[in-house]
Every structure is written in structure tokens, then in C-alpha cells.
Design a protein around this ligand. Structure first.
Ligand code: CIZ
Ligand code: SF4
Length: 301
């Protein structure tokens, strides 16, 4: 019997890759899809931590990452041994980690969160009187501390893509618009940018915001996130003036180099069984990483 193959693509991959996929989504949607999938082979056109999450949630499946180099700066900026020590230096805190983290990192966490459920999960922990440490994204953690008055100690890694959005360039771009201008932003962006935003939310949250937009079509909507999602936004609302937020004056050109390693050729090769197999995680590591992910999925249901 031939093997069943399913191809998943993240919103940040190029449009041609998204068109080749059986399912397109953000990291949470793709993880949930991978967990329920009956496929023998999952080709994950995304980055390594996402493919690892799929393997952890569906260990029966063979998970293939098209390009071995598709990492994420939140992962490469985090030394897992240093993280272990940081966690041990806060023995009375709950360790909440963003899903953009390696399997080894997740295995050192009490809860995993995504940008969609992070507000609710941390509020739930504070309501229970818990103390929380947050890793790895210091922009996201800093925004939560600012927004809700928390005092979470933060790990210090950033998304090298979102961290580039720049307040001064943004102010200039907003002022240059004659009609009304909006800003929607992903919480991986720097705090001064987030403070200017009308909406701060996850990849899917921003897409839904665009879908529900009922203002004038002459308005300009700036989006502070990776450029891949603009394709889906324009597909959903072609009549709107949607622009990527600038990273310096005149440059609306911010994309994730790791996501873009998913070329058409690499994805086609992966569909033929070639690429990086996520087969290097030990059973113990997968079991330890699954616990905090399942905790999040149970909470979100
Ligand atoms: O990798 C990222 O920056 C994001 C926002 C992923 C996701 O889908 O939430
Ligand atoms: Fe990582 Fe940023 Fe790329 Fe997302 S956009 S995969 S957080 S480097």
C-alpha cells in the first residue's frame, strides 16, 4: 500500500508553497492538524520547531522538514543549558514557554503557549496565585508585563524578523498617509511599535481582524509581521490598502529567511521522502515536551 502524505505550510511560506499544501495555517493550527492527521508522512513546510512539535504530537508519523537550515532565532538565541539554570534559579515559578522553542526547551517547561492563547493562560496562572517566568521571546513577555502589569522575569531572545520593526520609520509612514491609518502588530514586535498598534495579536488573529474590517477602503492598514501573511490578507480583502510596516524609512521588506528556505524544489523533494527527518528526539524528551503542550491544548479546548 502506498504511503499517505500530507503537506502542511505555514502562512509565512511563499504563495506557491501555500498553493502546494493540503493545509495552510499558523503554528497552532498546523500543530493541531498534525496531531489529528492519519498520514504516514507529514511534510512540514515551516521551521524546525514546528516540525518537532508535529512529531511530538504525532509520533507514529514520519515528519520531514524540507530544508535542514530552517531554524528560528528564538531557538538559536537560547542555550538550553543556560535555560535549565535560569529555570532552576526560580524554583517557585511556573515556567511558561512560547511554542517557538526547541523540543529540548519545551521539555524544560510547565506550559507551552502560542500568541493566540498566551494572554488567557498567563491570566489563569496569575488568578491561581502562581508566579511565572516567561521564555524565550522578551518582546512578547515585555508586552504582557506592560499590558497587564505583571512582573514576570523574562528570557532574552527575540525573533530577528519582528524585532526589526522600527518606531521612527513607522511614525514617518503613518504620518505620510493622508487618509486614516491603522497598525496591527504581532506581539514579537518591539514594545514601542506595539504601543502604537490598534490591534496586537497572533498571525490568525491579525488575519481575522482584516477579514472583519468594516472601515473605509481608502484607509491604509499597516501590518507589523512577516510578509508571507500579507498574501493571505490581500486574498481575503483585495479591495483594502494593506502594507507591511517599515523596518526603515521606505522599506516594507521584512521576511523570515528560515521560512523562505522552503523552496518549491525542496518541498517537492520532501514529498518524495527526501529532506530532514525529525527522528532524532528521544522518547523521554518527546514525552517531557508533550506534557506542557497537551496542558495548553486542554486549556484551549
Ligand atoms: O514564527 C512566527 O513568528 C509565528 C508568529 C508563528 C505563528 O504561526 O504563530
Ligand atoms: Fe522564528 Fe521569527 Fe522566523 Fe517566526 S518569523 S520562524 S519567530 S525567526
Amino acid at each position: 500500500m502506498s504511503k499517505r502524505i500530507v503537506t502542511l505550510a505555514h502562512y509565512y511560506t511563499q504563495p506557491e508553497i501555500q498553493q502546494m499544501a493540503d493545509k495552510v495555517g499558523d503554528s497552532l493550527e498546523l500543530s493541531l492538524f498534525a496531531r489529528e492527521s492519519k498520514a504516514d508522512i507529514i511534510v512540514f513546510a515551516g521551521v524546525r520547531f514546528m516540525a518537532e512539535t508535529a512529531k511530538i504530537l504525532n509520533p507514529q508519523a514520519e515528519v520531514i522538514l524540507p530544508d535542514a537550515g530552517s531554524t528560528c532565532s528564538l531557538v538559536t538565541q537560547t542555550d538550553v543549558e543556560a535555560l535549565r539554570q535560569w529555570r532552576e534559579s526560580h524554583p517557585d515559578h511556573v515556567h511558561v514557554s512560547y511554542i517557538n522553542s526547541s523540543a529540548a526547551h519545551k521539555a524544560l517547561s510547565d506550559w507551552i503557549v502560542t500568541s493566540r492563547n498566551v494572554d488567557d493562560i498567563i491570566a489563569h496562572l496569575y488568578e491561581q496565585g502562581k508566579k511565572v517566568i516567561f521564555s524565550p521571546d522578551r518582546n512578547m513577555g515585555g508586552y504582557l508585563n506592560y499590558q497587564y502589569g505583571y512582573d514576570m522575569p523574562l528570557w532574552s531572545a527575540v525573533c530577528e524578523v519582528h524585532d526589526k520593526f522600527n518606531e521612527a520609520a513607522l511614525n514617518e509612514a503613518l504620518e505620510a498617509v493622508n487618509s486614516k491609518a491603522y497598525l496591527i502588530a504581532h506581539p514579537e514586535s518591539p514594545l514601542p511599535v506595539l504601543k502604537r498598534a490598534q490591534y496586537v495579536g497572533s498571525t490568525s488573529g491579525m488575519l481575522n481582524w482584516i477579514k472583519a474590517y468594516d472601515g473605509a477602503v481608502s484607509d491604509v492598514i499597516f501590518v507589523a509581521t512577516e510578509d508571507g501573511i500579507l498574501y493571505n490578507m490581500r486574498l481575503a480583502r483585495p479591495e483594502l490598502d494593506i502594507r507591511q510596516a517599515p523596518i526603515y524609512a521606505g522599506c516594507q521588506c521584512n521576511s523570515c529567511p528560515y521560512m523562505k528556505m522552503n523552496t518549491i524544489e525542496a518541498v517537492k523533494r520532501a514529498q518524495q521522502g527526501q529532506g530532514t527527518r525529525i527522528d532524532y528526539l528521544s522518547q523521554a524528551e518527546m514525552d517531557a515536551a508533550r506534557l506542557p503542550i497537551e496542558r495548553m491544548l486542554d486549556f484551549s479546548q
